[in-house]
Write a protein that binds this ligand. Sequence first.
Ligand SMILES: *Cc1c(COP(=O)(O)O)cnc(C)c1O
Length: 402
Amino acid sequence: MGKLFEETADKFKSYVMPTYSPQIMFVRGKDTRLWDDDGNEYLDFASGIAVCSLGHCNERVTRAIQEQCGKLVHISNLYMNELMPELARRLAANAMPGSKVFFCNSGAEANEGVIKLARKYGNKTGRNHIISMDNSFHGRTLATLAATGRAKYRKGFEPDMPGFSQVPFNDFDALKAAVNDNTCAVMLEMLQGEGGVFPADREYLKKVRALCDEKDILLLCDEVQCGMGRLGTRFAYQKFGIEPDVLTMAKAIANGFPMGAIVAGKKCADVFEVGNHASTFGGTPLACAAALAVQDAFDQDGVLENCEKEGEFLRAELSRIAEKYEFIKTVRGMGLMIGMVLDRPAGGLASLLLKDKMVALTAGETVLRLVPPLTITREDSELAIAKIAKAVEEFAKQEGLK
Ligand SMILES: *Cc1c(COP(=O)(O)O)cnc(C)c1O
């Protein structure tokens, strides 16, 4: 740890609310690499948290931000903004037919908006209850917290916002039993991120879609983490064979520039009317310029193909490592959202990787979560596998395991 870290940590301790406890400091990034304040180079398999999906300081995005910065940073949504409708068009072109988009600034804000939209949709038939999933994560604002299926995040912030309940994920009978005359929406992540890199079952989703259609219930998909190319398709739902009514996105939408979005298919594209919803910074020109550059990369740089190819390679290699150890239960995930599931907390393994200059995440306590940039090279993947093989061996020794 360098001197800069020490000085910064002192300020952090004195002046920053203690909601985070960073143990390391990065001062520079390029593509799949990060550098700490001591000049050490790291291989980044976290991408923020699935945010910098085109790698750090991607040239297209950096250039777009620099150019837009000198032209117009912000304009109120009271005035026409050239870039915002163009970005909406490009997102909608690849999403559900007839989609319209609302822009905001984060995942929680997108989910908050979708909750409002679902309530407005339900209110015309006197319904306002939303069913979400155990182990889900939808954000830290009060409504998204009430939708989040992890009670520990709500502890101390009672009373819970009314209008939400959870059922076990991938359990259709439980969902069917919970649906009643007051249900206006079902909300889920098609591949749960924070909950442990846990994918929905295709057959389950097909039944959920049919139930929602039958009862005129909206299916809201939170693609904040698993969307935006992470699974190898533009949108996560395209991997599962069904269409949501509305989806939300954020994290990777502008490769690190803060932005969120709601994409609503034709059934609810016009639920919000003038004056119903707003956000000062939503769709600001600078954010749109960054997000448009991300769209260009998806159109022209073979990002999705690379995600599929490297995802397949990594999952196969990780499975080979997993076979050698009893304490590694399985490897799961899709595209470049990969979880190595242990029979114990995975934090120690992530720490060993960090010591070996590789950044990785955990999820749901026992899962090592790997979400590298979608632009990784085969050399990056091979280096990651070598580091993981070494760390797993060390971890086994440390824990006295086979
Ligand atoms: C990160 C995340 C959120 C919250 O996004 P913020 O930008 O932190 O508000 C919501 N849903 C999912 C699935 C996420 O991974």
